[in-house]
Design a binder for this molecule. Structure first.
Ligand code: FO1
Length: 317
């Protein structure tokens, strides 16, 4: 059983790679839901939808979110009717939100709604939200508090954030299947997602961090930071806000409670050799994923890194 934790558009690329090298019944994808937003009265789960579309071959490659070739005619009309314009829902994307909202309104938990959407899109791997309970990533600035989408999309993450909070996390429970899959995993991979706002919410759900700490599987993370900057998005700034350097050492710091292997890009080879230690193996490869071959190669590299015995001697059978 391979388990991957993911959030954001970069994480989805590695999930697509894992989908090429792991049998679907052996792959569990655990997805951040701290970005979720209620928009036009609909429940939108951006990270779940990026994963579903990415695994179903429906994802818009130019945007990294939403449906390839989608139109935005409803959005144009909504703008004319005075609806807030800054979060663009495409016409085909709307079908997902309408279907998910109908299931949630009928009392179905988010995990079940997600499983039904995945099945309808022909996805056989398991896709699990981190929790069925609502957890909202909130970002405090000097002026006000923003939801993740207000920060990331409306403000284009150009505002200075001094605190990130995960509202509802303390009473949230891991979604059914999350703890079981971590315990059963032979390999656990953290995708190159934002350590603060994509992986952070998942570690804040009670039980998940402990499950990672006690997992029998090796845990590898692909650094979202290359050469001291995020490959995409605000990871670097948010890491600095947390007091972590915007470097691979900062990523190691974010995951220090449980990480066995850090996968860095070759651009960080020198820092990787310094960071390598008895408790953390730091290995380098090309982590920029442009093609499906890149995604597949990185996925295979990550699984090999998990299988390789620790420096402290192979603990296996
Ligand atoms: N990102 C944008 O930059 N602009 C948008 O208008 C936008 C709309 C949108 C709608 C549905 C969806 O699933 C994702 C959407 N995203 C948009 C991306 C989204 O903000 C990010 O993918 C994640 O929240 C980042 O992890």
């Amino acid at each position: 059983m391979v388990v991957v934790f993911t959030g954001g558009t970069g994480g989805t690329k590695l999930v697509q790679g894992l989908q090429q090298v792991v049998a679907p019944e052996e792959l569990t994808v655990i997805v951040n839901t701290g970005d979720d937003i209620e928009w036009w009265g609909l429940f939108v789960s951006p990270d779940i939808d990026s994963v579903l579309y990415g695994m179903a071959g429906l994802l818009s490659t130019e945007r990294g979110w939403g449906v390839e070739g989608d139109s935005f005619r409803c959005l144009e009309r909504m703008k004319r009717l005075g609806q807030a314009p800054w979060f663009s829902l495409g016409d085909l994307d709307l079908a997902t939100h309408l279907t998910r909202t109908a299931m949630l309104r009928a009392g179905k938990p988010l995990g079940e709604a997600t499983a039904e959407l995945a099945a309808k899109m022909g996805i056989r791997a398991r896709v699990l939200p981190m929790s069925d309970d609502r957890v909202s990533t909130m970002l405090d600035t000097a002026k006000d508090t923003l939801t993740f989408q207000e920060y990331f999309v409306r403000e284009r993450h150009q505002v200075k954030v001094h605190t990130v909070r995960f509202e509802g996390a303390e009473r949230a429970r891991p979604a059914p299947g999350v703890l079981e899959s971590v315990a059963a995993a032979d390999a656990i991979v953290l995708a190159p997602s934002n350590p603060v706002t994509s992986i952070g919410p998942m570690l804040a759900v009670p039980g998940i961090l402990d499950a990672l700490r006690t997992a029998k599987a090796s845990i590898a993370a692909v650094s979202p930071i290359v050469g001291g900057a995020a490959v995409s998005g605000p990871a670097g700034e948010l890491m600095k806000m947390m007091g972590w350097p915007s470097t691979i050492a900062g990523v190691a710091r974010a995951y220090e409670d449980f990480l066995d292997v850090l996968i860095a890009d070759r651009a960080d080879e020198v820092e990787a050799s310094h960071l390598n230690s008895k408790t953390l193996r730091v290995v380098c490869t090309s982590t920029i994923m442009k093609s499906m071959d890149d995604k597949r190669a990185l996925a295979r590299f990550a699984l090999d890194a998990c299988a390789t015995p620790q420096i402290t001697g192979f603990a296996g059978d």
